[in-house]
Design a protein around this ligand. Structure first.
Ligand code: ATP
Ligand code: MG
Length: 321
């Protein structure tokens, strides 16, 4: 059966400190593994909303890989794009939370299976079949920043998706630990150019365009691309949807839902999955963004990378509260 949403990138498990203020340079308890990795959080959120979703990625032939696969199968995510790489272990993120809200990480990703993505994965029949009848390819800048192989896979995936008639969505997700702003601007240009939907933060919109004011940045993002949608997401401040109309650029501000933030991991991924699921189903962009905001808000209310990804009924109940 053809997919609604496809993405690619790092499959990880997360292992986190059991209480705050336990730095990672000392012995202390951890809890995990929890299946994670932004592209996989995205796919799981989409599947829980009842959308046909998959992520292309790589795991090791080990217990952490099994942990990831079991979760994907449990949620009905299509696993045909998940490759088991002999000789590599599954990626791991170790995370400690501090009481001021900051986080510390140790990533085992670039040298793990997660860091070995390459364009040849797209030659596997099972993986290539994910593009047949695909509605939308969603790309995350964080996944592109992991390795040259992932970047090349991204370029080719856009080409295949376009040939298949799919829409392209791009969340720049610029992670300063992975890529600096100037490099992100040049490296991400082909993906910005290809995108039917762009989902940057304010800062990312400025970085990608080289502008210093949002209005100019948005103007630039619409130059030669009148049909695209730009969705700026702003954490606790909600989101703004920009669309070009006959009278200029229309902006719809969507307030955030008020929730208590327990764990911010995955908000952007759940927001994107929620937005795209509703937009592909035919909702107007500003309506889809409200739904995305509900998914993003719910995402931060639970500890654990995928725990906050709620199903369709739960999101609708939350929105109607
Ligand atoms: P990530 O760290 O996953 O990359 P992000 O920066 O890409 O996150 P955000 O803009 O933080 O994504 O969050 C996406 C959406 O989720 C926001 O537009 C908002 O609607 C919702 N959201 C995020 N954090 C909160 C919060 N604390 N309270 C309410 N809603 C939130
Ligand atoms: Mg983000």
């Amino acid at each position: 059966m053809s997919l609604d949403l496809l993405t690619f990138g790092e499959a990880l498990v997360e292992v986190m400190r059991t209480t705050v203020d336990q730095p990672l340079d000392q012995p202390a308890p951890f809890i995990g593994p929890y299946p994670s990795g932004a592209p996989f959080i995205f796919a799981v959120q989409a599947a829980r909303l009842g959308v046909r979703a998959a992520a292309i990625g790589a795991i090791g032939d080990d217990w952490f890989g099994k942990c990831q696969l079991r979760q994907l199968e449990h949620d009905g995510v299509d696993t045909r794009g998940v490759h088991i790489l002999p000789g590599y272990t599954t990626g791991v993120a170790f995370i400690a939370y501090a009481s001021d809200g900051s986080r510390e990480y140790v990533f085992h990703a670039r040298h793990a299976a997660a860091g070995q993505l390459n364009v040849a994965l797209l030659d596997h029949d099972d993986t290539r079949a994910l593009f047949d009848g695909l509605k939308c390819l969603h790309i995350m800048g964080s996944a592109l920043s992991m390795s040259d192989g992932a970047y090349e896979l991204g370029l080719r995936a856009v080409q295949i998706a376009r040939e298949a008639g799919a829409k392209i969505s791009f969340d720049p997700n610029i992670r300063p630990q992975l890529i600096d702003a100037a490099r992100a601007r040049t490296r991400f240009a082909p993906f910005v150019d290809a995108a039917d939907v762009l989902m940057p933060t304010d800062a990312e919109a400025l970085t990608l365009t080289g502008e210093t004011e949002l209005d100019f940045a948005v103007g630039r993002l619409f130059a030669g691309k009148p049909g695209r949608i730009v969705v700026i997401h702003r954490g606790k401040a909600g989101a703004v949807v920009f669309q070009r109309t006959a009278d200029g650029v229309r902006a719809d501000a969507i307030p955030a839902y008020a929730v208590e933030e327990i764990d911010p991991t995955g908000a952007g991924d759940c927001f994107a999955a929620g937005f795209l699921a509703r937009w592909l189903a035919g909702d107007a962009p500003e309506v889809a963004a409200r739904f995305g905001c509900a998914c993003g808000a719910l995402a931060v209310t639970k500890m654990g990378p995928m725990a906050g990804a709620h199903d369709l009924e739960a999101v609708q109940r939350f929105m109607g509260r």
